[in-house]
Ligand binder design. Sequence first.
Ligand code: NDP
Length: 448
Amino acid sequence: MSYVDEVYELVVAKNPAQPEFHQAVKEVLESLRVVIEANEEQYRKDALLERLVTPERQLLFRVPWVDDKGQVQVNNGFRVQFNSAIGPYKGGLRLHPSVNLGIIKFLGFEQIFKNSLTGLPIGGGKGGSDFDPKGKSDREIMAFCQSFMTELYKYIGADTDVPAGDIGTGGREIGFMYGQYKRLTGLYEGVLTGKGLTYGGSLARTEATGYGLLYLTEEMLKCNGKDIAGKTVAVSGSGNVAIYAVQKAQQLGAKVVTVSDSTGWIYDPEGIDVALLKEVKEVKRARLTEYAAARKSAEYHEKKNGEHGVWNVKCDIALPCATQNELDLEDAKALVANGCFAVAEGANMPTTMEATEYLQKNGVLFCPGKAANAGGVATSALEMSQNSERLSWTFEEVDAKLKGIMVNIFHNLDDAAKKYGMAGNYVAGANIAGFLKVAEAMTAQGVV
Ligand code: NDP
């Protein structure tokens, strides 16, 4: 049996009931096959793949907190410190009822390669909780965040592990967690990113993932003789990534006609009104029905079981920005039938493997999340740099660096795909380019 297949089987056997983690490992290992086979003897001897798929450390802890009725609630807390070969662990904290160890491991594993692709010195990690911030009062959110940090602070630090936001963890949650870290340790250091601007946050961090997605998409189109201006774009999600993806796409001259949340989706043929979307989602924290109520041109569609409406809308470019496995084979078929020619992932692993293969086989330019959404973590690393030098850069400085990083990422994966005979396969290119740097660093550091 090949080394890749052996390691994949080992992952399935040793990590039962973690399908998302298996999926992420399979996708990465499959596209690394050619590189692994060329170095098989050395990698086997060093057990390099076994070490790569095994987190350096997995922290599971209890998070008790008191709700507004005086009732004690208990959630599960997670932090997976996956790989520190090229820098301190870095990756967000997801707060969502679906969170479990397998999901955190899939995200942490992906993060290793994403962080490597940015060209910045950051290792891979991820964390979170099955706590659901929806419908909670600010006091309940604070009680949860303080309890979560009261355990987590023992294992993180500006030079060891630097968490950030993710689904359900925005500026409010990061603020409460940072306050508790400072109170417990007495340290005013860059231990979290995505902080508010008054206490060490970076300008452009809020916009970074969505903007970065568009900078990379623009470069991918340019290198394939296409232009984003004048194109119709379908976006899913209406959170941090989606909102700033919509904004930058429109700044670049495209028309974005959809957004969604977990209960429904909007079709707005006149183009999404970003100011209204921000008001509904960032200020009121309300459902998209409020967007539809305030805008004549918008149609609201309830999400029916298993149906992902936005991908049935005619578009040139699709940007999935909500969550994992939200774009399946049926969706991919609908996109191709409607003439979509590019898909770039704003979310982590939003496209199933079957859908990805279908899109690639049908000539759709496809850029995976670990490259396309790396702008968030890259700007987090820029926030760490600013914290270390006790300085704040201007929005324009950070935005220009972000753009440079995204353009560079695209060329790295494009070059890697070409070098290994898979020109245009950006999934393989991203995995190979991300892997090679980490593998070299792991080899150089010996058996640790
Ligand atoms: P937010 O919490 O701000 O927004 C998430 C959006 O996705 C919301 O519109 C939410 O709808 C929707 N959503 C969440 N879960 C589901 C689900 N199970 N089914 C359908 N819709 C769902 O998160 P972000 O925008 O920060 O993150 C979105 C994706 O981007 C995630 O995959 C995240 O890991 C990834 N990412 C985020 C980065 C960042 O900097 N924020 C960086 C890199 C990747 P609702 O409001 O109804 O829950």
